[in-house]
Write a protein that binds this ligand. Sequence first.
Ligand code: A2P
Length: 396
Amino acid sequence: MNTPLKQHLIDPEVCIRCYTCEMTCPLQAIEHDDNNVVVNAELCNYCMDCIPVCPTGSIDEWRVVNNAYSLEEQYSWEELPEQQEIAADNGDADLDALDEAMAKLLADAHQGAGGKSKAPASAAKPTINLYNLGKPVEAVVQGNFRLTEDGADTHVSHIILDFQGHPMPVLEGQSIGIIAPGTDGDGNPHLPRLYSVSSPRDGERSGYNNVSLTVKREEHGICSNYVCDLKKGDTVSVTGPFGATFLLPDDPEARIMMICTGTGSAPMRAFTMRRQRAVGSENGGMTMYFGARSPENLPYHGPLKKVPENLLKQYLVFSRVEGMPKEYVQDRMLMHQAEIGEFLQDPNGYVYICGLRGMEEGVGEAFEKIAKGINVDWTNLRDSMREEGRYHVETY
Ligand code: A2P
């Protein structure tokens, strides 16, 4: 008998056939026909590059098998087979070791993908993958405004795209893909880069078919520089919408806590505008912890000052202001342990974290400390909050 193998599979019932995984796999281990997208067990080396790019999570399926499912078998499936009982001739220890190794790989891959959280129960049903690489939609740039001040060390732009007669049913918290023109070093077209929308579902301007993005110019970033250089009237190839979990509850009584850095504020802006337009100030409450280098580098610093306190409680923290101690969002959270402890125990409290990859760990540690203060095990609480659609992480 072969050594048991943990085989990577794709759920054909959930997969939306965007082929992003296939384009991302460095080993060409993923392929498709008209029916399914499949993984070649002989080529897959568990590098996990395909896990975070999948907009549905269908990529994240695993079965322990004695003999790998062939490509032909996978092509014929309409649903995934159940996990079979594995005869443990090789000893349970082998399987345990395999599980442990896979659990670590998966945990690494899920860093920043937010783990397996679910959408809030009352969230609107998202449309996903209406447009893909083979069939993008053209949008026209309506405007491109620099958000960070001229002398600031970061350049963040607010770009508004008009979809004209084409539907773009995007919800707050979802992303769209931008395809930079030209080809990469190997002569292949660039893959779409995903950006969270920063406008609410009824448009940047209410009732208009337009969407805004908040994009930071990255040194050598092909797509971010392309987007930040766009001019009014330019046309842009767009894919999406993507994302089915980082969504706002429609329940006006839901309490929202938003924790973000830099351009991670994009979905938080969308959430706030949605609440402001659809619910007004009579709602369960929204609180935001927002970190930036300085006020000049904080996107939407001016407009945020005009958002009323009874709609959004704001804690803006800065890490690089001369004469002031460096402060991160998690530092400020630790100053509010009693309030946050109470919030975590409220079944109507929803947490959203978006921004730099590193903040996930720091914010998680702050929550752990706060949970400990109320005699609650953070890992259990976080997992049940994820299961209930109340804990969402998107970091990059
Ligand atoms: P820092 O001054 O240490 O870079 P950026 O401007 O690069 O997008 O970053 C946004 C903010 O996030 C900055 O204030 C940055 O601080 C801060 N930051 C960097 N690393 C972390 C982290 N691990 N946790 C929380 N905030 C962070």
